[in-house]
Design a binder for this molecule. Structure first.
Ligand code: TYR
Length: 330
């Protein structure tokens, strides 16, 4: 795979393609980052952007993980002390997951976000931004029902982080896109470049295939799950024998979350995927890419129950080191 294909593999969106192409021309030493609000344990959403960071390391990028303690605080996630403690644990879980410790720079937001120069730049961005724009940027990020002033400052700080961490590529899930668009529009007002961005897809709700999977509602997968819990969640997952399921009766679009997890979590981390089957049902199936697995599910060659069994095995392998890490943390 060439650098551009590796960088953009499984991306839902890149802004802009031309900008990413020029990074791909000479990726060595380029910097990419993801910021995370520290939360108890890594879940499948964190793991999805982490997969992208691992691919970027392969492509030659320097990778920065921002443990966004101040952002978590502004978003009502607890006291500073609680959040900082969680940040340390989260860092250990990322390393257990596979982010190379010597190739990943972990930064706590409060290490630089409380500096005077940062504060003054932040105020300059505040002058440039309407409250309604900041509020819209936060629609898919904010916790709680009312928008606080803290949550309006939040996306501007996120924009500024890109400048202060000196990154060439900002990564986030699709729910971050409006913050990134705000960053592209406002950073030039403080003489900084509009950042290049890459957004990873959102995985549909596991049990319905509708909307997006979230750690706060519905079924989610986390590093805390035991092997049995993983198996149970995957077994109950929505998985019609199709990669393009019919919409719901209400006309809502549906995805196949089992296939999505194969595509965004399993294939990026494992070269080959083996679906074990008893001889009498045709024996094992081996896939070296997502397309062939999806095609077999579509054609009926691969039964959803067998796909689920294999998915649970691979997810368990991905989660096991983090699960062990969490056990030691307690
Ligand atoms: N907004 C991100 C989230 O929803 C966290 C984040 C904070 C990302 C600061 C980047 C950043 O610079 O979790």
């Amino acid at each position: 795979m060439d650098a551009y294909d590796l960088i953009t593999r499984n991306a839902a969106e890149v802004v802009t393609e031309d900008e990413v192409r020029s990074l791909a021309d000479d990726p060595d030493g380029k910097r990419a980052y993801v910021g995370y609000e520290p939360s108890g344990v890594l879940h499948i959403g964190h793991m999805l952007t982490a997969n992208k960071l691992i691919e970027l390391q392969e492509a030659g990028f320097e990778v920065v993980v921002l443990l966004a303690d101040v952002h978590a605080y502004l978003n009502g996630k607890g006291t500073f002390e609680e959040i900082r403690e969680t940040a340390t644990r989260m860092q250990e879980q990322f390393v257990a997951y596979g982010l190379a410790e010597d190739q990943t720079e972990f930064v706590l937001g409060s290490e630089f976000q409380l500096d005077e120069a940062y504060a003054l730049d932040l105020h300059a961005l505040e002058l440039e931004t309407s409250l309604s724009r900041a509020e819209r940027a936060m629609a898919e990020i904010k916790s709680g029902d009312t928008v606080t002033v803290a949550q309006a400052v939040y996306p501007l700080m996120q924009a500024l982080d890109i400048v202060y961490l000196d990154v060439d590529l900002a990564i986030g899930g699709m729910e971050q896109r409006k913050v990134h668009m705000l960053a592209r529009d406002t950073l030039p007002s403080i003489d900084a470049d509009a950042p290049t961005c890459l957004h990873t897809p959102l995985i549909a709700d596991l049990s319905t295939g509708v909307g997006k999977m979230s750690s706060s509602a519905g079924v989610s997968i986390s590093m805390e799950d035991s092997e049995e819990e993983l198996r149970e969640k995957v077994n109950k997952a929505y998985c019609p024998p199709s990669r393009t399921p019919d919409p719901t009766d209400d006309g809502e679009e549906r995805e196949n979350p089992v296939l999505q997890i194969f595509e965004y979590h399993v294939f990026p981390r494992f070269g080959d995927v083996v679906v074990e089957r008893p001889e009498q049902y045709g024996g094992d199936l081996t896939y070296d890419d997502y397309e062939s697995l999806a095609a077999d599910l579509d054609s009926g060659e691969l039964h959803p129950a067998d796909a689920k069994g294999a998915l649970a095995d691979y997810l368990n392998e991905l989660v096991a080191p983090g699960r062990e890490q969490i056990r030691q943390q307690r």
